[in-house]
Write a protein that binds this ligand. Sequence first.
Ligand code: GLU
Length: 298
Amino acid sequence: MLRGADAIPMPIRGEPPLVTRFAPSPSGYLHIGHAYSALFGYEAARLSGGRFMLRIEDIDTQRCRVEFERAIFEDLTWLGLPWHGEPLRQSTSMQRYADALGRLQALGVIYPCFCTRKQIRVEVEQSGRAPHGPNAELVYPGICRDIAPVESGRRIEQGEPFAWRLDLRKALALTGPLAWYDCRAGWVEAEPELLGDPILARKDTPTSYHLAVVLDDHLQGVNLVTRGEDLFHATHIHRVLQALLEIEPPRYYHHNLVADSRGERLAKRNRAITLRHLRDIGRTPADIWKLIGLKQHS
Ligand code: GLU
């Protein structure tokens, strides 16, 4: 089922024990891909005598549900993966995110963006430039980047909805070239331009995935971020935010994604591979570990 073998990183002599985390969004039931990610992080922490932290990434209030959050706790408990301390809930951390956004604003590296998705799509189509990032996402073409502050101030005052974006040109002028360490890929030069100016606060929330994850990994003391390789390129952005916010970067391990029998990525909407369903039809945690190709911890 797996595309290639991952190796759980072993502690390095003389280095502090590993602090890892599992950070699911409660927008659906966990599936065997999540089990892989959770076990991977859990084992890395356990083998080094470190800590495995849990974070509930619930900033998207439209899609997140308490029922799914409860299921996360139940499923991890069933799998035998205890986490350290209280889980960190992003929905209760909004002030902390807003404060960090304020720091970035004071640095002059963020700007309000009034674009709708449709406007961005039309602009990208008309410009004829390479429109997509590494995961086929639309790369923001910078439409609002150069709006004069007086003009954007006026639009905000009039109640026009806006998001905050990071101005990568200004940010990189402050930070200079950056790199981050991935246990599989080695030293990686940060190339945040691949994704375009990212959103740091959405129209309806004072944060976004990128800002929250950087702040929370730091707050939770995470020194090894273990997550799926679909988020490899997001790390370019995270490295820039760490530099701007003077946060020590953790190390990373972007692991394989569990694929289905046709080699396709597992989707949350596919009920058949949820841990809940597998448990209901009598599968045991040992069966799950066998299915995902990792040994159950002893
Ligand atoms: N919340 C993300 C997800 O459920 C994971 C984010 C991360 O590990 O950085 O896919």
